[in-house]
Design a protein around this ligand. Structure first.
Ligand SMILES: NC(=O)C1=CN([C@@H]2O[C@H](COP(=O)(O)OP(=O)(O)OC[C@H]3O[C@@H](n4cnc5c(N)ncnc54)[C@H](O)[C@@H]3O)[C@@H](O)[C@H]2O)C=CC1
Ligand SMILES: O=C([O-])CC(=O)C(=O)O
Length: 330
C-alpha cells in the first residue's frame, strides 16, 4: 500500500503525515511538496514503524519528474496542497491560486496512477473536486467512484459541538453533514438528536458548524486555517479508505463525490442527485470505490429545505471549476 501526500510540508500535510505514519496498513508513505520535504521525512522516519518514508520535491517550477516519481504505483493520493485563508477571505477567494495547483497535480495523477483513490482537501472543495473530475475526463481516466472531496471536518465539528450541548459523545455516524464545504452549502443532519434540542439550539448549532472554519481563521490571526482538526478529519477518512482497499471491508463515510452515476434507495437523495453533479453524501465504500449512496433516513422539513437551498450555490461553484478546466484546454 503506497499512499502519497501532495503538499506534505504544510500545516495539514505535516500533521496528517504524522498520523498516517503509524497506520499499519501503509507500506510506503510518500511526501511531495514544492518546498523540500526532506526535513519532515527525516523527522518522521525516526518513529519506529515498518513503513518506508520517501520524499520528493519539484526541482524547478516546471519540473514534474519528481511528482511523477512520487505518484508512480500509488494506491491512495491525498492533496492538501494550496494556500489557506486569511481573515476576511472566503474559500472561493482561494480559487485563483488553488485551481491551477490542483489541476496540475491531478493531471500528473491521471498520467501516472489513475486507478488510485484520490482525496482532495484543497479549498474551495466545492470547485476543486469538479476541477479534478473535469481534468481527468479530458484525459479519459475519470473514475468517479474513486475521487473524493474530504468534508469530514464538518461532521467532526457537528459531533463536537453537539456533544458540548448534550453531553453525549461518540456521535460518529449518528450526525453528519451533507451538501458542500462552505457556508450554507454545509447542511447538518441531526437524526434523532433533533428532537432533543430546541429550535434556537438547532439554529445556533447549524450556524456554528457552517462557519466553524471562520472561527479558526480568526483565532489564528492571519496564520492560516484549520490544520490539526483537518488532519484528524482526513486521517479518519483515509483510515476508512485503507480498510476498504486492504481488507476488503465496506466502510461508511461522508464525502463530496460525483453523484450522477451513483445508486441510492433514498427517493429524496435521488431527486437531489438529478439536480446537481457533485454532492456531499453518506456513502458505502468498498475495495473498488464508492458502492452506493446511503439513505439519509427521515429528515426534518428544515433539513430538506436546507438541502434544496444548497443546490443553486453549489451548482455555481461546481460550474466555476468545470469552466476553469475547459477554458484551460482552449
Ligand atoms: N477540506 C477541508 O475541510 C479543509 C481544507 N483546507 C484547505 O487545505 C489547503 C492546505 O491548507 P494548509 O495545510 O493549512 O496550508 P499550508 O500553506 O500550511 O500548506 C500548503 C502546502 O502546499 C504546498 N504546495 C503549494 N503548491 C504546491 C504544489 N503545486 N505542489 C505541491 N505542494 C504545493 C505548500 O508548499 C505548502 O507546504 C488550503 O487550501 C486550505 O484551505 C483547510 C482546512 C479544511
Ligand atoms: O475555513 C477554511 O478556510 C478551512 C476550512 O475549509 C475549514 O476549516 O473548514
Amino acid at each position: 500500500m503506497k499512499l502519497a501526500v501532495l503538499g506534505a510540508c504544510g500545516g495539514i500535510g505535516q500533521t496528517l503525515s504524522l498520523l498516517l505514519r503509524t497506520n499499519e496498513l501503509i507500506d510506503e508513505l510518500v511526501l511531495y511538496d514544492v518546498v523540500d520535504p526532506v526535513g519532515v521525512a527525516t523527522d518522521l522516519s525516526h518513529i519506529p514503524t515498518r513503513q518506508k518514508v520517501r520524499h520528493f520535491c519539484a526541482l524547478t517550477k516546471t519540473d514534474e519528474s519528481q511528482l511523477r516519481m512520487a505518484l508512480q504505483g500509488a494506491n491512495v493520493v491525498v492533496i492538501p496542497a494550496g494556500i489557506p485563508r486569511k481573515p476576511g477571505m472566503s474559500r472561493d477567494d482561494l480559487f485563483n491560486i488553488n485551481a491551477s495547483i490542483v489541476q496540475q497535480l491531478v493531471r500528473v495523477y491521471g498520467e501516472t496512477c489513475p486507478e488510485a483513490f484520490l482525496a482532495i482537501i484543497s479549498n474551495p472543495v466545492n470547485s476543486t473536486v469538479p476541477i479534478a473530475a473535469e481534468q481527468l475526463r479530458s484525459q479519459n481516466c475519470f473514475r468517479p467512484e474513486r475521487v473524493f472531496g474530504i468534508t469530514t471536518l464538518d461532521s467532526l465539528r457537528l459531533e463536537q459541538f453537539l456533544g458540548q450541548l448534550t453531553g453525549a459523545w461518540d456521535l460518529r455516524g449518528q450526525v453528519y453533514t451533507v451538501g458542500g464545504h462552505s457556508g450554507e452549502t454545509i447542511v447538518p443532519i441531526l437524526g434523532k438528536w433533533r428532537k432533543r434540542l430546541s429550535s434556537a439550539e438547532i439554529q445556533d448549532l447549524v450556524h456554528r458548524v457552517r462557519y466553524a472554519g471562520d472561527e479558526v481563521v480568526q483565532a489564528k490571526q492571519g496564520k492560516g486555517s484549520a490544520t490539526l482538526s483537518m488532519a484528524a478529519a482526513a486521517n479518519r477518512f483515509l483510515c476508512g479508505i485503507l480498510r476498504a482497499i486492504c481488507r476488503g471491508d465496506t466502510v461508511d463515510e461522508v464525502a463530496f463525490v460525483n453523484v450522477s452515476r451513483l445508486k441510492t434507495d433514498d427517493c429524496f437523495v435521488q431527486k437531489i442527485m438529478h439536480k446537481v453533479e457533485f454532492f456531499g453524501v453518506p456513502i458505502s465504500i468498498g475495495p473498488e470505490g464508492v458502492a452506493k449512496v446511503k439513505c439519509l433516513g427521515s429528515l426534518s422539513a428544515e433539513e430538506k429545505e436546507a438541502i434544496s437551498h444548497s443546490v443553486p450555490a453549489l451548482s455555481a461553484q461546481i460550474a466555476k471549476g468545470t469552466r476553469f478546466v475547459k477554458a484551460s484546454k482552449l
